[in-house]
Design a binder for this molecule. Structure first.
Ligand code: NAP
Length: 240
């Protein structure tokens, strides 16, 4: 029997990469998982590979759309009664100098990476406060702590989410709810294909399962223990 038997989790951005790996780890430990993202076909193919596929729920939701987030949370409550774990993972990057960035591109990144976690927490935290129990994991980034040329929109969204998490940590701890920010370095996912960035060596960077293992560590620690912030980096990405 898994350590999360009887627990329910929402994972946003579960159709790919890090989110899919976290959903798989949660399912292996016995949690009922709501897999949320915009692409239903991709969500369904991930859901079909999980341990006990009948136990999980696919919900199509854009995290920047408040009505969609409310529908997602309602679906979780109808199926599982409550939400024990929220994983704010959905997100993407657009990388270019600020003078070349379209305003719509900037808004799009902020909408998914910052407004998305805000909306999910706004609608999930009341359920956790009611039970005086819960864990929120937000997948931020090393780009939430360090800036670089071309990173203005992405870093603004990830620095922003670090602030959101720091403040909600102070609000939520009095309700026994744990707020965990996870800051990965480079991870081998679709993210790199879509952002048109290059990485030193995709064989040497993190795998989605590595980030999922860090997330599971934070979730499965005894409830009085909070891993507030976690950096996970590739050990030696430059190695040939
Ligand atoms: N890969 C890296 O090097 C790296 C490093 C640090 C942090 N991160 C962070 O890790 C998270 C996951 O990224 P990944 O690397 O796993 O990339 P990925 O494979 O491209 O996955 C991104 C996921 O987010 C979903 N998504 C994007 N916008 C969404 C929206 N508005 N509403 C709902 N779902 C949305 C995508 O699904 P749909 O397109 O179907 O909606 C997909 O499931 C992101 O927050 C990213 O910033 C990645």
């Amino acid at each position: 029997m898994g350590s999360l038997e009887g627990t329910s989790a929402i994972v946003t951005g579960a159709s790919s990469g890090i989110g899919a790996a976290i959903a798989a780890s949660l399912a292996r430990e016995g949690a009922g998982v709501v897999l949320a993202a915009r692409n239903e076909a991709r969500l369904r193919s991930v859901a079909a590979t999980l341990t006990n596929p009948e136990r999980h729920l696919v919900v199509v939701a854009d995290v920047g759309d408040e009505a969609a987030v409310q529908r997602m949370v309602r679906a979780a409550v109808e199926r599982y009664g409550t939400v024990g774990i929220l994983v704010n993972n959905a997100g993407f990057g657009t990388f270019k100098p600020i003078v070349e960035m379209e305003t719509e591109e900037f808004d799009g990144v902020i909408r998914a990476n910052l407004r998305g976690p805000f909306l999910c927490m706004k609608h999930v935290l009341p359920l956790m406060y009611e039970r005086e129990r819960g864990t929120v994991i937000t997948i931020s980034s090393i780009a939430g702590k360090h800036g670089f040329a071309g990173g203005s929109a992405y870093c603004a969204s990830k620095f922003g989410v670090m602030g959101l998490m720091e403040c909600t940590f102070h609000e939520a701890r009095g309700h026994n709810v744990r707020m965990v920010s996870v800051c990965p370095g480079s991870v081998d996912t679709r993210f790199f294909d879509e952002a048109h960035t290059t990485s030193p060596n995709r064989d040497r960077i993190l795998q989605p399962a590595d980030v999922a293992a860090a997330v599971m560590l934070a979730i499965t620690l005894p409830e009085q223990a909070l891993l507030r912030e976690l950096d996970i980096r590739p050990t030696n990405p430059g190695r040939p």
